[in-house]
Every structure is written in C-alpha cells, then in structure tokens.
Write a protein that binds this ligand. Structure first.
Ligand SMILES: C[S@@+](CC[C@H](N)C(=O)[O-])C[C@H]1O[C@@H](n2cnc3c(N)ncnc32)[C@H](O)[C@@H]1O
Length: 326
C-alpha cells in the first residue's frame, strides 16, 4: 500500500474531525462567531470551557475551513454557516440532542456486529425509545430531527401514492405528524389518526395545518391494540428500528386492527432501492435494526397474513410497500 493510500485511510478513519465538529456545534460556536470574531480567551469564560483547548478546537476547524482568523479573532466562514441555526445538520451534530447522543453509540459497533444487538443500550443502559420517554428535552430534539428530515419528502410522499382512496388512515408511530399532515392536506376526503408514545408535537402539527377536524393523535404503544377499523395503517420509518421479532409484532397489531380489505403501508428506505449502507450501520448500532430488502419484507409480512401488492419509489429517499391482508 502506498503512503498516499495509507494517509487517506487514516484520515477517513480518524475520529478527530467528526468529534471536533460535534463539540463546536454543541458549544454553539458557529452561531456565536457568525457576525463578529472573538478570541478563545474572550469566549471560554462564557462557554464554561478552558481557553487553550478551545483554541486548539478552533484551530483545527479553521484548518478545515469552518472558521477563519480575522483581526478580531476567529469568525465563522460561509462554509461554517452550514453548521448554524436550527437545521438537520446542527440538530444531528449537537451532542445534547437525541440524534447526536445516539451517534456516540458507534463506539459499540464491534459489540453490535458481534451480537446483532444495539450498541446504544450497552452504552446508555437502556434503549433509545426509553431514553426519549424519560427525558422530554431528548424527545423534543428528536421530533425536531424527524420534522427536518421529512420536510422535503412529506409532500412527495403525499403526491406519490393514491391516498385519496382511503377514508381513514392510522399513522402508526407517526411521531411529529409531518407525514400524516402532508397526506391529509393533499387529500381532503381522508381522515387520519396518529398513534405514538408521545403525541404532543403531532397535536401541534395538526393545529398548525388547520387539520383538527380530520386528524387526531392518541398516545399509546404500537405493541398494544391499535385503533380498529381503518382502511390503511401507515408505518413510516418504523420497522427498520426493530429486529424481526418486534417488527413482526407491529405488523400483527396492524393486521388485527385493519378492516378485512384494509392495507398496511410500509414507507422506508428499502434496502437495494433507497437504502444506504451507512444508515444500515446506524440502525444496527442505535436500534439493532436495518433497512430490509423487498424479499425480507415479503417473508416477514407473510408470517402475519400480509401479501405484498406493490412497491412504489414514492419519494427521493423512500419506497412504499403496499400489503393486503390475506
Ligand atoms: C423514526 S420515528 C418515525 C416517526 C414518523 N413515522 C415519521 O416518519 O416522521 C419512529 C417513531 O416510533 C415511535 N415509537 C417507538 N416505539 C414506539 C411504540 N412502542 N409505540 C408507538 N410508537 C413508538 C417513536 O416515538 C417515533 O416517533
């Protein structure tokens, strides 16, 4: 191996820059240094950190072009502004958010690859969803992350499939309600019900979209009986968070609740279509899950009395699998 290759590999594998970016965002440096520059000595007291290490951090991120040296100290560059504000990038890099914290579970990747179990539980002593239930600030940050990530895709999801043929849709594990709100906004004849462990953000989303008369949110677990008798049960980014046993239990709850001619609709980044290999590893480490391929969905669903009717690449990053009850 040439020394160029060796250096490239070592740079790729280094944890220095990923952690430096995360710490900078967590300290709010990109926003703080956006307008006027400042020296580490001036900033350190306010931020509760040590000045010399802060200078080292800013020095490395200046090498990478996120900050620049000016007459008044370090200042955020135009490139560094990508780390500012409330964006998906800043939410994911902040170590205090659910997503940023979860990423640290990657130190347990060897454990996950060895056992197939979530590294998150090993690192933090309990599962991701239990953590969110215990800590409202983590939950709030996760709902923000979910809203950001579907902002562009929710309208595509609403337009890319014939939701109008359903009078009622239950959004199982619907989180902040971004997907259901977009679907109902595009299909005025459809009503929706969202079930999740926490529905406070969803209730706000429906109110903001003026959907209170057609959308409701109910707190509950999708491992328990679901609202019965709907035409369609939507699982958007749910099954990939679970191993086969738990994913099967969620599907069984949908089948049990649906009308006999009802549909179960799985929306995810299906493996081999929209799925990404890095997401596969993230789902493994955080949840013990993965992006399943169509054939895997077909067999898992068949065990619970569901037959695959069709697959639509419904948005930039996700496919929709339509199942009917056999
Ligand atoms: C990745 S988020 C997807 C949210 C939403 N479907 C979307 O696409 O924006 C997964 C959701 O599953 C919910 N969830 C996890 N365990 C649950 C359970 N046992 N019962 C109900 N919801 C659950 C979480 O609270 C979270 O909102």
């Amino acid at each position: 191996m040439g020394s160029d290759d060796a250096n490239t590999i070592l740079r790729m594998a280094s944890l220095v820059t990923p952690m430096a970016l995360r710490v900078a965002v967590t300290l709010g440096l990109p926003d703080r240094l956006r307008e006027a520059g400042a020296e580490p000595d001036e900033l350190a007291g306010d931020l509760g950190v040590a000045p010399v290490p802060l200078g080292l951090l800013l020095g490395h991120l200046t090498t990478l072009g996120f900050f620049e040296r000016t007459a008044t100290g370090y200042r955020t560059t135009a490139y560094g502004e990508n780390l500012c504000g409330d964006t998906l990038t800043s939410v994911l890099l902040n170590l205090d958010t659910a997503g940023g914290r979860a990423e640290l579970a990657f130190v347990e990747l060897l454990h996950s690859v060895t056992t197939g179990e979530a590294g998150y539980d090993r690192r933090y002593g309990r599962g991701f969803w239990a953590d969110l239930t215990e800590d409202p600030a983590l939950r709030e940050s996760f709902d923000r992350q979910m809203t950001h990530r579907l902002r562009a895709e929710a309208p595509q999801l609403a337009a890319g499939y014939d939701w109008g043929r359903f009078a009622t849709v239950v959004d199982v594990g619907g989180g902040p309600g971004t997907a259901l709100a977009a679907i109902l906004a595009a299909h005025p004849g459809t009503r929706g019900r969202l079930v999740d462990l926490d529905v406070s953000t969803a209730a706000r989303t429906f109110a903001e979209h003026g959907l209170e008369d057609r959308a409701s949110a109910v707190e509950g677990s999708f491992f328990d009986p679901l609202p019965a008798g709907a035409d369609a049960y939507l699982l958007c980014d749910i099954l990939h968070n679970w191993d086969d046993e738990h994913a099967g239990r969620v599907l069984a709850r949908c089948v049990e609740a649906a009308r006999p001619d009802g549909r179960v609709l799985v929306v995810e980044a299906v493996g081999g279509r929209r799925g990404r290999t890095d997401m596969d590893l993230a789902l493994l480490v955080i949840f013990g899950g993965r992006e399943r391929r169509v054939a895997e969905f077909r067999s898992l669903a068949a065990v619970h009395g569901l037959a695959l009717e069709g697959v639509t690449d419904v948005s930039e990053g996700r496919s929709l699998l339509e199942f009917r009850i056999t």
